[in-house]
Design a protein. Sequence first.
Length: 88
Amino acid sequence: MPAVARMPSAIGLETASSAGDHTQDRQAGPVGVPFVVGNFRELREVIALVECGRLTPMPLEFWPLDQSNEVYDRLKRGKAAGRAVLMP
């Protein structure tokens, strides 16, 4: 069984490498990692939504790497809540 944590989604934040470069795909970042680019006003709106409880953190499940096949099966069947993270 995985360890479960709750972390907020990365919404409205820019990394130093992507700041100002809006030519990148908004759906996938480096190596297919999803990210969203926004501006300061949008970031403040997201923070306000988090503070008032309208945005909830995405659940994360942490699994040992040797259980990757089981994790993949859970993802395929739609049984994973949120994100499944494989840990070395």
